[in-house]
Ligand binder design. Structure first.
Ligand code: KG4
Ligand code: ZN
Length: 340
């Protein structure tokens, strides 16, 4: 029997992406059309503009993914698509497209949870990684500390009560005039700054020690900038970026260590757009080493939104015969453990 080839589509935010994935970890193609430049002038993603661009780009992106993989639809075994969480308009473009292809080519359809996809990005370069393991997913919309019990079975230990880690990066970047997307820009500035220059708070959530809260940190940064302006002092942006990044990284690392100790895990996997941050990768890798735990993290290309990770997650649905039908709809907000 030949390899299982899945055509995967991702359009939950501002990346129009398609990939062909063989047997769950071999990436035959991974095409990403990033709309970032379009949204930069507005300081963030504008949903309506994103939807329109997805409609324009989705067919060429899928054609490119098939052609790069040297495939036609007749070589494909299933069509997978992100159905949530994300922006409803952008999600609908991908979902409608996947349903149309599945119907026209008579292929099984698989709906993939975006955050589960982020975690599965780890399997691409580490096919040896198997559940159970602990995972920290940090993206623009989500911050989750999750136990991956099995393929498709997740237990949430902690989540953010307010802003996601990536959202905090984006908001702070905007406040100091670095623009969108903030994560990579803060990371660049932080390399030139002193992480101990400004003592920003590390928030604790009282009723669940695994939960996160980043809005207090964001307010502390804004207050710091306001005070400096009132006193006519200039803010050292590099020091501010470095101190802010350190505060985020410290909290994420501390919670990760706590979970490793409590659950006695063997493997720890970082995931999501913020996982491409070098300081975070280094800090969690170091903590894992000290705890005697294997550390995994996708290459930066597979940390931020892509369709390859959706194809990987879909493979485990495929081998367990978990298919969607043509009533599949976009779901803007849906928990990672919706089916556990
Ligand atoms: O996973 P992702 O591509 O999209 C969502 O599912 O949200 O994550 C995007 C987020 C943005 O907030 C972006 O600022 C952040 O990931 N990000 C970073 C870095 N690269 C992207 N944050 C910190 N450091 C980075 N190098
Ligand atoms: Zn994402």
């Amino acid at each position: 029997m030949g390899k299982v080839k899945i055509l995967a589509i991702e359009s939950s935010c501002d990346e129009t992406a398609a990939a062909v994935v063989a047997d769950g970890h071999e990436i035959l193609s991974n095409i990403i059309y990033s709309q970032i430049d379009l949204h930069t002038i507005y300081g963030g993603v504008v949903p309506e503009i994103a939807s329109r661009k997805h409609i324009e780009k989705i067919n060429p992106v899928i054609e490119a993914a098939l052609s790069k993989a040297d495939c036609t639809l007749s070589d494909i075994d299933a069509v997978a698509v992100t159905f949530g969480p994300g922006l409803v308009g952008p999600l609908l473009v991908g979902v409608a497209e996947a349903k149309a292809i599945a119907f026209a080519a008579n292929l099984p359809l698989i709906g993939v949870h975006h955050i589960q996809g982020h975690i599965c990005a780890n399997y691409i370069e580490h096919p040896d990684l198997e559940p159970p393991f602990m995972s920290l997913v940090v993206s623009g919309g989500h911050t989750h500390l999750v136990r991956v019990v099995d393929h498709g079975k997740y237990e949430v230990l902690g989540r953010t009560r307010d802003d996601a880690a990536g959202e905090a990066f984006d908001k702070v970047a905007r406040a100091i005039g670095l623009g969108y997307p903030g994560g990579p820009k803060i990371e660049e500035a932080a390399k030139r700054g002193n992480p101990d220059a400004i003592p920003f708070p590390r928030a604790k959530v009282n009723d669940n020690e695994y939960d996160f809260s980043f809005s207090g940190l964001k307010s502390a940064v804004l207050n710091y900038i306001n005070h400096a302006e009132m006193k006519n002092e200039t803010v050292n942006r590099d020091d501010l970026a470095a101190s802010f990044q350190k505060a985020v990284v410290d909290v994420l690392t501390e919670h990760s260590i706590m979970s490793i100790r409590q659950y006695g895990v063997r493997d720890f996997a970082l995931a999501g757009g913020v996982a491409s941050n070098g300081a975070l990768r280094e800090s969690i890798a170091k903590a894992c080493k000290a705890e005697g735990v294997n550390f995994y993290c996708p290459s930066p290309l597979y940390c931020t939104d892509n369709a390859a990770m959706i194809g990987v997650r879909a493979y485990y649905e495929y081998i367990n015969y978990r298919f969607a039908d043509l009533t599949l709809n976009a779901v803007p907000s849906i928990a990672i453990d919706y089916r556990s």
